[in-house]
Write a protein of this length. Structure first.
Length: 267
């Protein structure tokens, strides 16, 4: 099992359990205060609080790892949840009473969160995160009491407040879990598209590019010769060889050279 490779710091917490369940959940928490990823890591190393998370994000957007993904953090007041979840603590940009929402997070933190969660998904074979908007819907879907219809390529979002009398992750983040779902899934889709740029798609794009290139002066004489000799077509009668729908392969070239030799022999 791998971990995020673009973290800014690793501050290992002594508070974790062996992970006995495959990763299937995502729990985003608020740290209830401003701070950096490194500072949050120190907090999770200190005795007394006996708490941790897999990852943390600072107010400045820094990312830290405290508990590797192959272990379960002590984060969500629920062993059932923590055994299955990748947990992420996000530092805040302001306190509970400031502004319209409690515990807002900075744009930098939000961007880091989207990037981190998309990375967690991709490394763990998840093609999308799922936010169902309520405790009952999410826990039923994830099969907390048996059953459940969650697919193995999904990461279902849960909230700390569902498992304890806490406001975590605060209304600001909780009300944006739908936006997080949408942004992460968009990022996963675009990363998948980049990865799929192999074989046929690269060939198609390169062919398109080559076909659109204007013929260079150096090619004109060869074109005239090629058309006159009957080796190439000039369908649009511009005196230039029509570019084929594709890249000239070595096999094509071998064929052209062989035909040329054949014609020489005929003459
Ligand atoms: Zn929490």
């Amino acid at each position: 099992m791998s971990n995020c490779d673009f973290t800014d710091c690793t501050v290992l917490s002594p508070f974790f359990s062996r992970r006995m369940q495959p990763i299937s959940l995502l729990t985003v928490h608020c740290a209830a205060g401003r701070g950096t990823a490194a500072g949050l890591g120190e907090l999770f190393r200190a005795k007394g609080k006996d708490a941790s998370s897999n990852y943390g994000i600072g107010t400045d957007g820094s990312i830290g790892m405290y508990v590797p993904e192959d272990c379960a953090s002590w984060c969500s007041s629920s062993g059932w949840n923590d055994q299955r979840a990748v947990t992420v603590e996000v530092c805040n940009s302001a306190g509970p009473a400031e502004g319209r929402y409690d515990w807002p997070v900075s744009e930098e933190s939000w961007a880091a969160l989207v990037r981190l969660v998309a990375d967690v998904c991709r490394r763990n074979g998840k093609r999308r995160v799922v936010w169902l908007g309520s405790r009952d819907a999410a826990l039923a879907y994830a099969g907390k009491n048996g059953g459940g219809s969650q697919r193995p390529d999904e990461l279902v979002m849960t909230a700390h407040r569902w498992f304890a009398a806490k406001s975590c992750p605060g209304d600001y983040l909780y009300d944006r879990f739908g936006a997080l779902e949408a942004e992460v899934n968009r990022m996963i889709a675009s990363l998948e598209e980049d990865e799929m740029l192999t074989g046929e798609e690269i060939y198609r794009r390169l062919s398109e590019y080559l076909r659109a290139l204007p013929a260079g002066d150096y090619a004109e004489e060869a074109c005239r010769w090629g058309i006159k000799s009957g080796l190439f077509l000039d369908g649009d009668n511009d005196g230039l060889v029509d570019n084929p729908a594709g890249i000239l392969t070595r096999q094509d070239l071998a064929l052209v050279l062989m035909r040329q030799e054949e014609r020489k022999d005929e003459q």
